[in-house]
Ligand binder design. Structure first.
Ligand code: FAD
Length: 369
């Protein structure tokens, strides 16, 4: 046995880094362990760009997004280079989903505007609009890479220990603590937080009543804007849904939402899948006149999703679980990190909507991004 800690965090991607940050700043002795190096590209948190937005169809997510955005802005106020850029967000596509998003905004007093196609084109000439668009002006982009660095730097400054390129092979509850065994050593924690994303099912086998987590491989493309074109974040809600956002390096990232194949996180290939790739390029040609049509870059990333795109945040014994963040979890990281830290150290989340056993939150489809 080597060192002991108040909390051992297993998996230090987005959720693990945010949890480690909150634990350390709250004065707990914390060790975070990740099997890969910082900013590795095998999971779900790499790259520089993620949408932050308040406009969800589900009032629960609207309220959580509001609290999360406040926390991002507080974090920004404490550092030199802001993580969040506010550019506005537009939703287009299925009328019933747009109505649902409007109702979600109204539930929490989030302001929004309806733009008819002419108004939308005048406001965002880089995009093509057929029907009306819902504009929510607080939406923006968070620099994901810088956010992870910020969580980790702050955690380490507050005494956290972070081990990388070390794989957790067993988590065992004992009467007086939890033993976390890796390919290097065994550590003891009073509690453990498991934030292993696409590896949740294997790391939590036998430890928690996890709902099914599906792992899909999604691919995104980056385009160079034509001169003077600026973009909001956008989501086009259709049979095949698309989203996009401006990146910190001046490009436009565009992806399809949930069209990638189910994969095994240990063995999947990062090669482009030609059919969906060509469809994505065709959609951009038809709908985004403000960019040069040939992509300048691409990458792949894993969605690790619980049922109905809802997160899984709960505790069994000494094991707290924060997984299933899917394709929309990044914007909530400061808040989820805080809640996971609190649950692990004895403060339950009142009205937690993401328990192991829960039903679907909304009837019908409501795309979360
Ligand atoms: C293409 C794409 C676009 C997205 N866009 C948005 C967006 O615009 N807005 C938004 O809010 N969200 C977005 N998301 C979602 C968001 O990025 C993810 O929900 C979030 O990053 C998930 O973080 P995580 O910590 O759960 O997973 P990860 O970051 O993958 O972390 C899990 C970590 O666990 C580690 N691990 C696993 N097993 C072990 C083990 N045995 N021992 C040690 N370590 C282990 C892994 O190495 C990994 O680092 C997007 C996701 C993708 C893929």
């Amino acid at each position: 046995m080597t060192d002991s800690y108040d909390v051992v965090v297993v998996g230090c991607g987005g959720a693990g880094a945010a949890t480690t940050w909150w634990l350390a700043r709250s004065g707990f002795r914390v060790l975070a362990i990740d099997r890969f190096e910082a900013h590795h590209v095998r999971g779900s948190s790499h790259g520089r760009e993620r949408i932050v937005r308040l406009a969800y169809g589900d009032p629960v997510y609207v309220a959580l997004a509001q609290e999360s955005l406040r926390m991002w802005h507080e974090l920004d106020a404490a550092i030199d280079a802001p993580l969040v850029r506010t550019v506005g967000g537009v939703d287009t596509g299925f009328a019933d989903e747009l109505e649902q998003v409007a109702r979600g905004c109204e539930s929490a007093g989030v302001p929004y505007d309806w733009l008819n196609p002419d108004e939308a084109r005048r406001t965002f000439p880089g995009l093509r609009f057929e029907g009306r668009a819902l504009l929510q002006r607080d939406a923006g982009c968070v620099d994901a890479h810088a956010a992870l660095d910020t969580f980790e730097r702050s955690a380490v400054a507050n005494g956290a220990v972070i081990h990388r390129s070390e794989t957790v092979t067993r988590i065992e509850e004992q009467a007086a603590g939890v033993d976390v065994t890796t390919d290097r050593a065994t550590y003891r924690g009073d509690a453990v937080v498991v934030t292993t994303g696409a590896w949740a099912a294997s790391t939590l086998a036998g430890l928690a009543p996890l709902p099914p987590i599906s792992v899909t491989r999604e691919q995104v493309a980056f385009f160079r804007p034509k001169r003077d074109a600026t973009f909001p974040t956008f989501i086009d809600r259709r049979e095949t849904s698309y989203y996009g956002l401006p990146t910190p390096t001046g490009l436009l990232k565009v992806g399809e939402h949930y069209t990638g194949p189910v994969v095994d996180a240990d063995t999947y290939s990062a090669d482009l899948e030609p059919r969906t790739w060509q469809r994505l390029l065709a959609w951009v040609r038809d709908n985004v006149p403000g960019v040069e049509p040939n992509p300048v870059d691409h990458n792949t990333c894993l969605y690790a999703s619980g049922p109905d795109e809802d997160f899984v945040v709960d505790r069994r014994g000494r094991v707290t679980v924060g997984v299933g963040l899917g394709g929309h979890g990044f914007k909530f990281l400061p808040l989820l990190g805080r809640r996971l830290a609190e649950i692990a150290t004895g403060t339950p989340w009142a009205d937690n909507p993401f328990r192991f056993a829960r039903g679907p939150r909304l009837a019908g489809r409501s795309l979360h991004k």
